[in-house]
Design a protein around this ligand. Structure first.
Ligand code: DON
Length: 370
């Protein structure tokens, strides 16, 4: 075996055959027949948990996007278990701040962003999981009165440490006593349509004969309360592992419309927990600070997710801004590139064409767990 050299073609005939089957037969090309058989064979061989009944019961779920307005723009994004709710909450918290006056990249702006991010992640950690199997439905996290109340908790001059916002979930160990398990029913065969394998190459296992990789999306769940996942997220009971439950995702594919309702731009990103804050900052750059789409995508970004209580700063945030943020109590850390917000914008009037922007960070984004 030798590594492919530049210019050589990677051929994946088994994957091609799988994709051809799906193209010809739709769902049945994957969940039944030779592809399913190959997957089940691998599960048997390697001690995997997926059985034929799981494949037969599995159904993609078509859901309505979440809709909100930001600065008079209608915004559509992915509902739970996707990341759009947290994105819209974050934008809702920021809505009344005069971010145009405080300016892109200023300490005041980044302080507001960070504090709002932390509040939004507190709610994500506390409330969100697969809506089909959440024990306690969340309150209306986008209710304007609720957002007002949350916003009042933002101190304009001082970072609120994570521990002052929510007690850190304490790690819980499995008891050695008899344990009572209550298992949620899995009616509905709920599966989010997604392209993520979570980590590079998923769990590193390819299905022999079918050519596709298996993901390691289990890390998107709360593996145990108080234990951070690979993206550092310390999540809650609502996202605990349970049969048939879908993991909470940060994916936030988002559409924004012009105030008159005509389509305007589409954006989204990889980056695990940084997806939501990446998308938010692209929208802020474009809508509030008037950056063109290229600049909006390229502009240096920050990220905070409550836990760990750290403010990550990409290169390009100025040293004096960092010093001002630290004086406000933020514990900053330099960060490798976060996200890759490949985006497209429809030029007005519709029909004039569109502008696609590739995030210049592509290829040098953060490794998992950093
Ligand atoms: O759905 C999620 O939130 C994660 N599975 C996304 C993982 C991801 O973005 C990895 N790429 N950087």
């Amino acid at each position: 075996m030798r590594a492919l050299q530049p210019g050589e073609t990677l051929r994946q005939p088994q994957l091609a055959a799988t994709l051809r089957r799906i193209a010809r037969q739709g769902e049945a090309g994957f969940y039944r027949g030779p592809v399913a058989a190959a997957l089940l064979r691998l599960m048997e061989e390697r001690g995997g948990l997926i059985r034929s009944a799981d494949l037969i019961a599995y159904r993609p779920q078509l859901v309505q996007p979440l809709a909100a307005r930001f600065r008079s723009h209608p915004v559509l994004s992915m509902p739970p278990p996707g990341g759009g709710l947290t994105l819209l909450q974050l934008l809702g918290l920021l809505e009344p701040f005069d971010l145009a006056a405080s300016g892109a990249g200023s300490a005041v702006t980044l302080h507001r962003l960070t504090e709002a991010m932390n509040l939004a992640y507190r709610d994500r950690n506390t409330w969100l999981g697969d809506p089909a199997s959440m024990a306690t439905p969340p309150p209306d996290l986008l209710d304007p009165a609720y957002l007002d109340q949350l916003r009042q908790r933002i101190d304009p001059r001082r970072h609120r440490p994570a521990a002052a916002i929510a007690a850190p979930p304490s790690p819980r160990r499995e008891s050695v006593n008899t344990t009572h398990l209550s298992v949620a029913d899995r009616h509905g065969g709920l599966v989010a349509l997604t392209t993520t394998l979570n980590f590079a190459y998923g769990n590193g296992v390819t299905v022999p004969g079918a050519g596709f990789l298996l993901n390691n999306e289990m890390d998107d769940f709360t593996t145990a309360p108080g234990v951070a996942n690979a993206f550092g997220l310390v999540q809650g009971e609502a996202n605990a592992i349970s049969p048939g439950r879908r993991p909470l995702s940060s994916m936030a594919p988002t559409l924004v419309f012009r105030p008159d309702g005509t389509p305007w731009l589409a954006t989204g990103s990889p980056g695990g927990s940084r997806i939501i804050t990446t998308v938010a900052q692209v929208l802020l750059q474009r809508i509030v600070w008037g950056s063109n789409l290229s600049t909006a995508v390229a502009a240096p970004r920050i990220h905070s997710q409550l836990w760990p209580d750290r403010l990550s700063l990409e290169e390009g945030i100025s040293p004096d801004t960092r010093a001002l943020l630290e004086a406000m109590g933020h514990v900053t850390q330099p960060s490798a590139a976060m996200g890759a917000a490949n985006s497209v914008e429809v030029l007005a009037p519709v029909g004039r064409g569109s502008l696609g922007v590739v995030d210049p960070r592509r290829g040098r984004t953060q490794a998992v767990g950093e």
